[in-house]
Design a protein around this ligand. Structure first.
Ligand code: COS
Length: 383
């Protein structure tokens, strides 16, 4: 749902200008130095980009899902590291509190996420717990007015910058699956928390992940999200439904950027006496990219509108995540192919994007998990 078309368009134009004038020119530097320049981080803060989805009453812009997907598409037109920096505050790092937090938790944390003063990070994955997310092993033992957390979380996005962690931990060892898991908001400076070395990744230089280790970390009981045990897994699934739509929109934006780059290259590069854009096999690749990106865009906008209308869109979110992230993988592959040998050289952005987009088919649920969610829901519906 778009609340005010004119205001949204102003926001989209501002972001498009910022992406084109500030972020795209900084892409190579970010890739080279594996860091986003602090002045760009400050500009992102000033623009309110950390609080896009935080409700207005807590200082954010309170974007609806449809509005958020349109913004994510704009942000997709540059290196995903920039989006990743603001991604957790607008998504998995804050959403558990937005959806299920108590008023006190919302008042304490959301304004600081919205301003970018605090970076929120989401801790679900563990060394032995990936796709089977309900098997969380990190424990949270109740002790007086505290819970004592022990365990290790893996591949945690923005952990090196985080001021808080949303942590999924098992409060009831007697319940092995989803219902034994609770969600906590944990301040990063709580004694007993340590961070592993930054992961060295295939792509997305400038965005950081690492292990987060909890060693007898005493978390006040008031930091149990929503004040209820056993709800953490369901909270995570709700967070991921939204996150999956966001990643799908981002994939559309990146596909559009890659199509632009490939098209510009194809009209300039000449072989056999004419631009390669006039060769039918190159045209076929361009056309397939355009058709698939358009299909993904339509899907994402439809699912976002349905979610704004109050529908449960778990199936649609997984359909979008599956299709859009696989789509951008194919688009990136064709963009490299259209660039020929140049596509393998890091001077051209497609080389970097080819590696960057590989992550989208893995995190916030692999393509295999999305297929599993879709098919399970189909079987459930017919039953
Ligand atoms: N919204 C709300 N509730 C949901 C839900 C959703 N999207 N999906 C599941 N639930 C609820 C179920 O209704 C069930 O609740 P009850 O206990 O009341 O019956 C509970 O959660 C358990 O669901 P389910 O039995 O389906 O859980 P499974 O262990 O079988 O696993 C999958 C579900 C595989 C879908 C889940 O583990 C998953 O998404 N895995 C991937 C994790 C992931 O994306 N990791 C990436 C890292 S996070 S960046």
């Amino acid at each position: 749902m778009i609340r005010d078309g004119e205001i949204l368009q102003q926001l989209l134009d501002t972001i498009a200008r910022f992406v084109g004038e500030r972020l795209v020119p900084a892409e190579a530097q970010v890739a080279e130095e594996d860091a986003i320049p602090e002045e760009i981080v400050a500009e992102m803060r000033e623009m309110g980009l950390f609080g896009l989805t935080i409700p207005e009453e807590f200082g954010g812009l309170g974007l609806t899902m449809e509005e958020e997907t349109l913004v994510a598409m704009e942000l997709g037109r540059t290196s995903p590291a920039f989006r990743s920096l603001i991604g957790t505050n607008n998504g998995i790092g804050s959403a558990a509190i937005v959806f299920d937090g108590t008023d006190a938790q919302k008042n304490k944390y959301l304004p600081r996420y919205a301003s970018g003063e605090l970076i929120g990070s989401f801790c679900l994955t563990e060394p032995d717990v990936g796709s089977d997310a309900a098997s969380v092993k990190t424990s949270a033992r109740y002790d007086g007015d505290f819970y004592v957390l022990n365990g290790t979380k893996r591949f945690i996005t923005n952990a090196p910058r985080a001021g808080t962690f949303t942590v999924m931990a098992r409060t009831n060892p007697e319940i092995p699956g989803a219902r034994g898991v609770s969600a906590f908001i944990v301040d990063a400076d709580t004694p007993g928390i340590s961070l592993g070395a930054k992961d060295r990744k295939m792509g997305q230089a400038g965005s950081y992940t690492c292990d987060v280790i909890f060693d007898n970390v005493r978390v006040p009981a008031e930091n149990l999200i929503g004040g209820r045990e056993g709800e953490g897994f369901i909270t995570s699934m709700k967070v991921l439904d939204r996150g999956r739509l966001h990643i799908s929109a981002l994939s559309v934006g990146i596909a559009e950027r890659l199509i632009d780059d490939a098209l510009k290259f194809a009209v300039e590069r000449r072989q056999f006496g004419k631009p390669i854009a006039e060769h039918q096999m190159v045209q076929a690749m361009l056309a397939d990219c355009r058709a698939e990106a358009y299909a993904a865009k339509c899907m994402v906008l439809d699912a976002a509108r349905r979610r704004d209308d109050g529908e449960r869109v778990s199936t649609e979110a997984s359909c979008c995540k599956l299709f859009a992230t696989e789509m951008v993988g194919r688009v990136a592959d064709r963009a490299v192919q259209i660039h020929g040998g140049s596509g393998y050289i890091s001077e051209y952005a497609v080389e970097r994007f080819y590696r960057d987009v590989r992550l989208f088919r893995l995190y916030e649920g692999t393509s295999e998990i999305q297929r599993m969610v879709i098919a399970r829901n189909m079987v459930r519906e017919i039953a």
